[in-house]
Design a protein around this ligand. Structure first.
Ligand SMILES: [Zn+2]
Length: 329
């Protein structure tokens, strides 16, 4: 079933771990009821502040990635799994090069053993354009994995400045890189748009040549939501934006529709009308809607993922007690 004949890919959802009550079955039930065809599914983030990480925490990162593959193995064509990679120097006694080596290994394990084709990265305690971190991106790109970066204000209230959008321009020196920045980088929407405009400046108008696109999942307070989406729609190519809910599973169909999908559809329609970009009822409007809610991110993901994911099912009982269960926890 689809909503208004609109295929939908949700490019930003989080697992909250085995103790949260989520299950592949429940996730698919919500997606089906809301007409969502596919979802990017991120491994749980650690419920540990990045400055408190130690070498002990690498085990939890690996378990969370195993868990993500296990959940996605229930429906590999619809639940597109993303391992979490975090080259935080706190994991390796302050050494970024060693943290990068560790994550290079984990990227390889996620691809070859877990069968995942995506990586979620939240820059905390490391800068996205750090020389050593570029080495990790190259490993990820060579594996043909797609990256979603957190960008913008960060919930821990200490490390947002690592997530400023222009730092992600570092990916332009990585051959074959494909990924997206999240939340239109709010509150740095202007900076995100300026950086994304440079994509077309340096890489041309053809979307297949771009390295980065952006998801429009909410990051901003209410009064800024329309403003942010409006500016993005008015200024950027309509091929550069993607819908994302930023939910933490489990979420009921009603909550998904009421809190995420309908508000995002409403914002899109209002912004396109106010921007005089494509009139109501026009084919161009329908075309833009379809691109932003499905086609753009699917095209970008497929531009790097050559071999479809084969997420690995596990027989073990998962315990992910250190999984983050929401934005405020
Ligand atoms: Zn998120």
């Amino acid at each position: 079933m689809t909503v208004f004949d609109l295929p939908i890919l949700d490019a930003h959802t989080h697992l909250a771990g085995s103790e949260s009550g989520e299950s592949a079955e429940g996730m698919l039930k919500t997606l089906d009821a809301c007409g969502v065809d596919k979802a990017f599914v991120f491994a749980p983030l650690l419920d540990v502040r990045s400055w408190e990480l130690t070498d002990q925490d690498f085990g939890d990162i690996r378990t969370h990635n195993d868990y993500c593959a296990h959940i996605c193995s229930a429906e590999p064509e619809r639940l597109l799994g993303f391992c979490v990679l975090n080259p935080s120097p706190s994991l390796t006694n302050g050494s970024i090069p060693r943290a990068v080596d560790l994550m290079n290994e984990e990227a390889n394990r996620a691809y070859h053993e877990l069968g995942l084709r995506g990586a979620k990265m939240v820059p905390t305690n490391w800068y996205p354009n750090d020389h050593d971190v570029l080495r990790l991106y190259q490993v990820i790109a060579d594996l043909h994995m797609y990256v979603v970066f957190h960008s913008g204000i960060f919930m821990d209230g200490r490390e947002s400045s690592y997530c400023r959008p222009s730092y992600f321009e570092g990916v332009h020196s990585v051959k074959g890189f494909k990924g997206q920045i999240a939340h239109l980088s709010w509150p740095w929407v202007d900076e995100a748009i300026a950086s994304l405009l440079m994509e077309t400046n340096i890489l041309g108008q053809e979307p297949e040549n771009w390295d980065l696109i952006a998801d429009i999942s909410f990051g901003s307070p209410d009064d800024w939501q329309l403003d942010a989406v409006q500016k993005a729609i008015d200024t950027l190519s309509p091929e550069m934006l993607a819908y994302g809910s930023d939910i933490f599973w489990p979420v009921s169909a009603e909550e998904y529709r009421e809190k995420y999908l309908q508000p995002q559809l409403g914002l899109f329609e209002t912004a396109v009308t106010l921007g005089h970009v494509a009139s109501e009822g026009s084919g161009k409007r329908a075309d833009m809607r379809r691109k932003i809610f499905h086609d753009n991110v699917w095209r970008h993901y497929q531009a790097i993922v050559r071999d479809p994911q084969r997420p690995c099912r596990s027989e073990k009982e998962f315990s992910t007690t250190r999984a983050s269960k929401g934005h405020d926890k």
